[in-house]
Write a protein of this length. Structure first.
Length: 391
């Protein structure tokens, strides 16, 4: 059964990632403290505000309750949990293996057509020399992150590999930096769909246990993301209308905003299964927070907001926005920054250009690339399966 609240949450998460990268590019101090303090302090001196007030503002802005709104890690984990939930709805709704097979066979085309299209657009801008992020990064202290992108050479042969498989299978993000997640999304979704196609109800929990064991034994930096996707499927069995869903939402949002310097993170235990199996504490608790938030949303928390017209529009363009925003950030937005500077009025202009272009181009990308990719993927599945999925 289609859940519009899940769509809305995906739209907001995509907006969060676009906002997080904007903040990281032009206010690296939100990640490394110094630059945002300098920016706030300039504004404070101009308006006759003491430095102590500026420091208080910084403490608030970098607290979990604020970071959750521009911390891209949490939004990415929400994507994975949502994918696990949405992809497996047919299994829990009707145990209809055909719908799962349709999604399985169409997955490569549905995901890679938009990914390859974004890569080709990025390649053109790179060849034209229209990326300005490295020059922007040179104006900041501690901005190595933003200078890392679009500094290399992409050959014709490597471009072919990128658009065919290297981005979606290996997560090569040289042309579209956020694409590092696509390897997890693609491989994780294939594994998840194959799992639910293959298992039978009497052996479901045994299959869950063996799969979790496989994830744990292969523990590495990405394992928590795969587990987030797999655990998202279990939300289909976790329906409730009790008040605990609101508690889950609040706790989940807080965990999503926890950072390395947090006292809460110091108190929370390290998740260690054995001497060989452990998880990065920050990612683990952020993943737990993402699961709690998705669980709460699926069970009705925030339904009016998430199903509103504006949020549903964001839901439609969410994948397109995820692919397009970094290209806009490093090209047009960075160019404008070099022209207008980093004053308060300058940032207003940069922000306006960035968001207008991101939303406009994402909508066009959605109409002419993303939606056709969905249809092509469906047609290919129908061809392979003989059109058995009529839903």
């Amino acid at each position: 059964m289609h859940n519009k609240s899940a769509d809305g949450l995906r739209g907001i998460a995509s907006l969060n990632v676009a906002f997080a990268h904007y903040i990281g590019a032009f206010f690296p101090g939100t990640l490394l403290v110094g630059e945002v303090f300098s920016f706030l302090n300039r504004g404070a001196r101009y308006n006759g505000v003491s430095a102590s007030v500026t420091a208080d503002c910084l403490n608030v802005i970098t607290s979990p309750l604020f970071i959750v709104f521009y911390g891209g890690r949490f939004a990415v984990l929400i994507f994975f949990v949502l994918s696990g939930y949405v992809l497996t709805i047919p299994y829990f709704a009707s145990d209809n293996g055909i719908k799962l097979k349709t999604r399985l066979w169409g997955r490569y085309l549905r995901l890679n057509i938009p990914v390859a299209s974004a890569a080709l657009i990025s390649l053109v801008l790179l060849k034209l020399g229209w990326y300005y992020n490295i020059r922007v990064a040179g104006t900041f202290v501690n901005a190595e992150w933003f200078a890392h992108f679009f500094g290399g050479i992409v050959t014709a042969s490597s471009s072919v590999r990128l658009v065919l498989y290297d981005m979606i299978v290996n997560g090569n993000s040289v042309l579209v930096p956020p694409i590092w997640t696509m390897r997890i999304e693609f491989i994780g979704s294939l594994f998840l769909l194959l799992f639910y196609i293959s298992i039978t109800r009497p052996f479901r929990w045994l299959a869950y246990t063996l799969t979790l064991g496989l994830f744990l034994l292969g523990s590495n930096g990405d394992t928590v993301f795969f587990i987030a996707m797999f655990s998202g499927s279990l939300i289909n069995m976790a329906k409730t209308d009790s008040g605990w869903r609101y508690v889950a939402f609040i706790v989940g949002m807080y965990l999503g905003g926890v950072q390395l310097e947090s006292v809460i993170l110091d108190v929370l235990p390290m998740v260690r299964i054995s001497d060989f199996i452990s998880f990065d504490k920050l990612n683990f608790y952020a993943a737990l927070g993402a699961w709690l938030v998705v669980y709460a949303v699926i069970n009705g928390v925030g339904k009016q907001v998430l199903e509103s017209v504006v949020v549903q529009f964001l839901a439609k363009i969410s994948f397109s926005l995820y692919l397009v925003h970094f290209i806009v950030l490093c090209s047009a937005a960075s160019y404008v920054y070099l022209k207008v500077g980093g004053s308060i009025s300058g940032h207003l202009i940069i922000g306006l250009v960035y968001w207008v272009l991101c939303l406009t181009l994402s909508y066009l990308f959605y109409l002419f690339i993303d939606m056709p990719a969905v249809r092509i993927g469906k047609r290919f599945s129908d061809l392979v399966l003989g059109g058995r999925d009529k839903g």
